[in-house]
Write a protein that binds this ligand. Sequence first.
Ligand SMILES: *Cc1c(COP(=O)(O)O)cnc(C)c1O
Length: 396
Amino acid sequence: MLRRLFLQGKFTIPFIGGWLSRGARAATPPGRDFFAELKVPSFINAAEPFTTLSGAPMPPEVMQAWQYAGPRRVRLDDLHNAVGGRIAALIGCEAAMVTSGAASALTLATAACMTGTDHAKVRRLPDTTGMKTEVIIQKSHRYGYDHAVRNCGIRYVEIETAAELERAVSERTAMMHFFNTNDPVGKIKLAEFAALAKKHGIPALNDLAADVPPIENLARSVQLGYDLIAVSGGKGLRGPQSCGLLYGRRDLIQAARLNGPPNSDAIGRGMKVNKEELLCMMVTLELYYKRDHQAEWREWEKRVNVVRGAVAAIRGVESEMFVPEIHYRVPHVRIRWTRSSIGLSVADAIRRLREGEPSIEVRSNTEDGLELGVWMLEPGEVEIVARRLREVLKNG
Ligand SMILES: *Cc1c(COP(=O)(O)O)cnc(C)c1O
């Protein structure tokens, strides 16, 4: 019953008090308020864990791990090995390593496929002499982050069908690259792509960066036969924003490690990961596997309904919950209105929300309406977002 009222947008108020009493986020710390001092404004993230919006807030357990590691000394390779082993066991794969973001995981994965564990080749990159230099990708899977793969001096060979892929394979093929988010638009699907790579004995990489949750995706690519998988640490996983993971086949992770930090004469030397980040990524994964994902989903649905409830009574406004198919697959809200009833464009509404007090960032500016994410909100913030939205839409 409550649920139906929520869905009809008729029920909003009673839950608000409970959330507010849990306290607002990020209470001003004792001592210096750095961002205020620097006049760097904060905002409410009703968007996504976008990189430019500083990703996702880290849970307290992750912050504690950072503080634990800070004053202590370890040999970095020892910690790399130990943390990598723990993370691989959690995911259920042969080996894993912490990287400085999914983008660097893409670079190190490519380098690994080119050099193997040949130290001379590791030192030679980006000079590709004596190495395989082609990466096969579906045309529809080209994207901005493929720059991270091209960093290694490879050339992409674009194909569309399985038959074209078969013809494109040669002794120059270093790797096959799949962009998980674009699975629906490619002719060759996730499982078939891995199977084709297997058939030809070519390592397959899946870029899964922003496609967790669902948690099942982490192991699924391994089970399908992907040799290397890249994930962002600071998006859905909520680890340090500067981190990511590369995991998969043991020999390739070993090769990727050779190409990465702390080794100095390697293409990945600039992709440094410190002891705090290493430990924090382990704790991030541990927490992620312990989390009640269904309860979290229900909480997100509740937030969606608070927002929908706040705008339900405004004439000409319609709202709906939606879940993107792959990228950021969690409950979101979409709000549409007719320009005859409300004199604002979507872009105007976005600007008002951003310039208001407090400032609010939303997911996107689409033809389709105003889209908001609710999963990055802290306790108490959904009510603020709902109130501001109502003000903006009512006052035009
Ligand atoms: C965000 C993203 C990356 C880069 O991840 P970082 O962890 O920020 O380095 C790579 N690929 C895709 C598809 C992404 O969404």
